[in-house]
Design a protein around this ligand. Structure first.
Ligand code: KG4
Length: 345
């Protein structure tokens, strides 16, 4: 490999419970290594202190593997991009400190990345010998994850505006919290998705929020689901077991309806037909199908990322770093992580 004029960006992601490192060469992905953390399963949610300890154990081997898989050495890295926020502070500290150490030892400058912006920019990850048809600006991106539900107007790689967001729970939280009530493991989203395939989506009706603009709310749905189950269990203690598939299908349909209602409104009012989806919940098969159907009906060009790029990964951090590198946006050694961070314009 002739590396002299190439730009190699090392991406590091440690905002929640996945330790990930990736290498991108001139915008093309060479490696993307992800180490998950099984330790949280027993607790029904991510335990911040355990997450940061697991990141400490994982970060060195994960980065090492990403660099080896890319067929380069530490010295070839042009710049190191790391997630500065939002996320769990203890987890972010591990990635930030590692980036500083790497920068000090190799001389590669550091680039800070906003995790939410990176989820959107995941659409621009290019892989060797794979089709590449990224969204065209301006586009709308529905960002749905465990911590966020937003509609983002994307004007350029680094120019984004949140035009709608949840005022309480995120869509992923609605999946996970309702799944927990049904006794499903954490995170419940994928289990609801699987069970929903065998259920009737119109079996039960749950409350849908009535809030203005393009904002979302999911806490009412969670309460309505909980009260409905409580009432049914009084009549039949086996209700959840007997109707689990129908419950999952109806819950999933309600969440999808809520998400799509505002997305359609935002697309109409902004006169945009270039639509993208990002974040862990975009792995949901019902949501994917609904988006494809809506796109066909409304003549949208729909962009759904590959599964591996929807959940937390460092490839999206590295590609974001590549765009910032081109603009010369570096950060110094005094960089500290932020638990909260808005998408910047
Ligand atoms: O973006 P992500 O990996 O990270 C966080 O925000 O933490 O999103 C995780 C969320 C969880 O709430 C999980 O239940 C949800 O994405 N999720 C799903 C599916 N796969 C992951 N929700 C519904 N259906 C799925 N297939």
């Amino acid at each position: 490999m002739n590396k002299e004029n190439d730009i190699f960006i090392l991406g590091i992601e440690s905002s929640c419970d996945d330790t990930s490192a990736a290498v991108i060469r001139n915008g093309v992905l060479l490696s993307n290594v992800i180490a998950g953390q099984k330790v949280h399963e027993a607790y029904g949610g991510v335990v911040p202190e355990l997450a940061s300890r697991a990141h400490q154990q994982n970060i060195v081997p994960v980065v090492d593997q990403a660099i080896k898989q890319a067929g380069i050495t530490n010295r070839d890295i042009t710049a190191v991009a790391f997630t500065r926020g939002p996320g769990l502070l203890g987890s972010l500290l591990v990635g930030t400190s590692f980036a500083k150490g790497f920068s000090l030892s190799t001389g590669a400058p550091m680039i800070e990345i906003n995790h939410l912006q990176a989820h959107v920019l995941a659409h621009f990850i290019q892989e060797e010998n794979a089709p590449f048809d990224p969204p065209k600006f301006p586009f709308l991106c529905l960002l749905v994850s465990g911590g966020n539900s937003q509609i983002i107007l994307v004007k350029d790689y680094l120019n984004m505006e949140v035009i709608g967001q949840t005022i309480d729970d995120a869509a992923g939280e609605a999946f996970d919290k309702c799944a927990k009530v049904m006794g499903l493991p954490y995170p419940g989203g994928p289990f609801v998705d699987k069970l929903a395939k065998e259920g009737n989506p119109d079996a039960f009706k749950f409350a849908k929020p009535r809030i203005p603009n393009f904002d979302y709310s999911f806490s009412g749905l969670k309460t309505s689901f909980l009260y409905f189950l409580r009432d049914q269990l009084k009549e039949n203690e086996n209700f959840i077991e007997e109707r689990k598939a129908d419950l999952c299908a109806s819950l999933q349909k309600t969440i999808i309806d809520i998400l799509l209602d505002k997305l359609i409104k935002a697309a109409k009012e902004n006169r945009i037909r270039e639509i993208a989806v990002a974040g862990g919940v975009s792995a949901n098969s019902g949501l994917r199908n609904a988006l494809i159907e809506t796109a066909a009906k409304r003549h949208w060009k729909m962009h759904i990322p590959k599964f591996a790029f929807t959940t937390d990964n460092a490839a999206m951090i590295a590609i974001s770093g590549y765009f910032k590198y081109q603009k010369g946006e570096f950060i110094g050694m005094d960089a500290v992580p932020f638990a909260r961070m808005d998408i910047k314009a």
